[in-house]
Design a protein around this ligand. Structure first.
Ligand code: CA
Length: 186
């Protein structure tokens, strides 16, 4: 008994040491398809303007008027990452929406059904948006290990700076979050 206790405590310590969230820059995507492009101050899409305040000075963008489905069924960013622990996750993204016709992506994780991400009404500023938006909604259940996350073109005029996957229900990202990993795990 006296021998077991420290061992159990050590195990509990190991379990809680698994990070409860990961953070990565959108521009570290494993792959992208135009018209979704990586933007920096010296690499701005024609007809667009550089938006200050992005983490790392870079972000992904589908330029306004670049086109959106169903007329144009192109434009995505694919991310690959590893989770140290399984659980119910909240997907957060730091985004900059042009307006009410430019405020969403279609998101898919692994082989799960795609879902609508965004459609909130904060425009022309960097802001954190999450899914699921309410606690009573079905959570994103993810196992430990490798996952694939895809942000697809649903509307143009959208920018994507950082992505967080968190299993802390009370955690809310503020401003720029320190990146803990990349979106292109090999
Ligand atoms: Ca960024």
């Amino acid at each position: 008994m006296f021998v077991l206790m420290p061992a159990l405590l050590a195990l509990a310590g190991l379990a809680s040491a698994a990070p409860s969230r990961i953070v990565f820059e959108a521009e570290t995507a494993a792959a992208t398809e135009a018209p979704l492009v990586v933007v920096s101050a010296d690499q701005v899409p024609p007809g667009s303007v550089f938006v200050e305040g992005a983490s790392g000075g870079r972000y992904l963008e589908i330029p306004e008027k670049a086109g959106n489905p169903p007329a144009l069924d192109k434009g995505w960013a694919r991310f690959t990452f590893d989770l140290a622990a399984g659980g119910d996750y909240i997907l957060w993204a730091r985004v900059w929406w042009e307006g009410e016709c430019s405020n969403s992506f279609t998101v898919q994780i692994d082989e799960m059904a795609p879902f609508l991400f965004g459609e909130n009404a904060t425009y022309k500023t960097w802001t954190w948006v999450k899914y699921p938006v309410a606690r009573m909604m079905r959570p994103i259940k993810l196992a430990a290990g490798r996952h694939v996350l895809v942000f697809r073109n649903r509307e143009d005029g959208v920018r994507l700076d950082q992505i967080v996957l968190s299993r802390e229900p009370r955690f809310v990202p503020v401003g720029v979050e320190p990146a803990t990993t990349r979106g292109d795990a090999p």
